[in-house]
Design a protein around this ligand. Structure first.
Ligand code: PD2
Ligand code: ZN
Length: 283
């Protein structure tokens, strides 16, 4: 079958369909019905809509894109080496950028983090963007604590491993946050970046600028529930001891599709360590 050219007229038609409110799967169906090859149609749809969103972002004064960590830049391997430690790439999604790593932490490293954090847990708070302070929030029913950067030898070693894996300066990382979810606890879907429209954001950004990526590392395997969910792309990542999910967002805007949450834990506990990466040094 000869290649079908994606013409400017087709791109215009796709944008018109999307603007009229037709969801991508409906647009795809009508392309297939008019004889488009499935692969060509999907690529044309994805590329056209992404370009359209980017153009829209430029003209509507949205924040410009930042440089974000890209762990797989120039690599075609399913196994990476981060400071002598072997890490497997289990899932890699491009848009939004989501990567699931296998074996980032060893079982014993996970256990040690849990035991160091246990006695220091307090009910988790979220950043109160109106003031730049923090508050207890019903959307987040976990308990947590923060380690200072390089607080112990183990934390220093893990932070160096993460910096090597992500290719992002260690100094741009916030301290490791440990969270424990008991049965029923959850973290409702949210964005990890700071909303530029909120009045407290300017003061938060003075230290390190925006968050541009997150790495959620699983320190145990809950018996049931507790997936990290990405509702915009219908992706659920099962928590599995030693694995981690990475995702980046190049601007503080929902167009990054980085909305994510921690689904309720149904049985057992869930422990995670979260590393947030800033644009600049977080000193
Ligand atoms: O524990 C999780 O799965 C989770 C989900 C959403 C953690 C975070 N966000 C976070 O620490 O930001
Ligand atoms: Zn989050």
């Amino acid at each position: 079958m000869s290649a079908q050219p994606v013409t400017p007229a087709l791109r215009e038609w796709i944008v018109a369909q999307a603007t009229a409110g037709h969801p991508p799967d409906v647009v795809l169906k009508s392309m297939l019905a008019s004889g488009w090859q499935e692969g060509v149609a999907i690529t044309a749809l994805e590329e056209t809509l992404r370009e359209h969103l980017n153009d829209h972002a430029k003209t509507s004064g949205l924040p410009p894109p930042a440089i974000v960590p890209e762990p797989l830049a120039g690599l075609d391997n399913s196994t990476l080496h981060a400071n002598e430690h072997e890490v497997r790439v289990l899932v890699a999604m491009r848009n939004p950028r989501i990567i699931v790593f296998g074996g980032l932490f060893s079982g014993s490293e996970c256990d040690q983090l849990v035991e160091c954090a246990r006695a220091r847990l307090v009910r988790s708070e979220t950043v109160q963007l109106a003031t730049g302070g923090t508050e207890v929030n019903e959307a987040r029913t976990s308990e947590g604590m923060f380690f200072a950067r390089a607080e112990t030898e183990l934390i220093d070693k893990l932070e160096q491993r993460i910096a090597a894996l992500l290719g992002w300066p260690l100094e741009n990382g916030e301290g490791l946050q440990i969270l424990r979810y008991l049965p029923g606890a959850e973290y409702k879907p949210h964005y990890d970046y700071f909303d530029p429209k909120e009045s407290g954001t300017a003061s938060i950004l003075k230290r390190g600028g925006q968050r541009v990526a997150s790495l959620v590392c699983y320190l145990n395997t809950p018996e049931k529930g507790g997936a990290t969910v990405f509702p915009d792309v219908h992706l659920d990542v099962a928590p599995c001891k030693g694995n981690a999910v990475f995702f980046s967002y190049d601007r503080p805007h929902p167009m990054t599709r980085s909305l994510h949450g921690g689904a309720p834990v149904l049985e057992g506990e869930k422990w995670v360590a979260t590393k947030w990466l800033r644009e600049g040094r977080f000193d």
